[in-house]
Design a protein around this ligand. Structure first.
Ligand SMILES: [Zn+2]
Length: 260
């Protein structure tokens, strides 16, 4: 039975991943995500269901449009496979209980945010609002179920997520006269803190900052970029949030173990 649910959740992830691709392509262009059928961006042919099977259509068609043979971006199968894999892993980690739907929604949002941030260097406000809705659901659940710990842990998480980046941003803007932190990153960590609570948002920060710093140093070492060039921070913060869903508790226990 567990294997059955695992497969079902993996397939659900693939299908949702396909929808996330639609959001990634349309949200930055302010096009409705439900209004029209998917079409090939090169030739404009409306795609049929057999062209839209997650991952498999891409593999079967050899990464090219069935109608005009234009190359299809690798982003499509990657986002679908990543969503399916994360859905399955979250199910394995948490089982079929409450935080699962909230975490599935959160991870979906973070995938869309990360890809849009990489390609457009911005985080659309609509996605932030969706994140606040997910956080509101978590907060409401925590009021009614003791399993989640105190409700104020999530309220504190909201501020613990948003305030550090806000303070750094204010410092950079007024003291250094430089806009180093995007407003989107601040809002991202605020709603993530509301969803995952005060403890995990701190490990998310640590992982995100370390991952971003390592990546930045690698890029500089490979001299592809100079230190002053902006790197989107959203994907690293998102990575930190996702990893702390899986390993945050273990990290905190390990760290507290060092102190005793
Ligand atoms: Zn085409």
């Amino acid at each position: 039975m567990e294997i059955f649910f695992g497969i079902a959740i993996f397939l659900l992830g693939l299908i949702i991943g396909s929808f996330l691709n639609v959001c990634i392509c349309r949200l930055p262009k302010r096009i409705s995500i439900v209004a029209s059928r998917s079409a090939c961006p090169a030739c404009g042919t409306t795609l049929k269901p057999r062209d839209l099977v997650p991952v498999l259509s891409y593999l079967f068609l050899g990464g090219r449009c069935r109608y005009c043979k234009a190359k299809i971006s690798l982003q499509y199968p990657l986002v679908e496979a990543l969503t399916g894999a994360l859905y399955l892993l979250l199910y394995v980690r948490f089982g079929l209980v409450w935080p699962l739907p909230v975490y599935l929604a959160l991870v979906s949002l973070l995938i869309v945010i990360s890809v849009i941030d990489i390609s457009h260097m911005e985080i659309p406000d609509g996605l932030v609002i969706a994140g606040l809705v997910v956080g509101g659901a978590q907060l409401t659940a925590s009021i009614f179920t003791p399993y989640f710990g105190a409700w104020y842990s999530y309220v504190i998480g909201f501020f613990a997520g948003g305030l550090p980046l806000l303070l750094i941003a204010l410092f950079c803007t007024y003291a250094l006269k430089k806009d180093a932190i995007g407003g989107g990153d601040i809002k991202l960590m605020a709603f993530c803190g509301l969803v995952i609570g005060r403890k995990l948002v701190i490990t998310a920060y640590l992982i995100g900052i370390v991952a971003g710093a390592i990546f930045g140093l690698l890029l500089m070492a490979l001299s592809k970029r100079k230190g002053s060039d902006a790197i989107p921070f959203g994907p690293f913060l998102s990575l930190g949030v996702v990893l702390s869903l899986f390993f945050g508790d273990v990290l905190i226990d390990w760290y507290l173990g060092l102190l005793v």
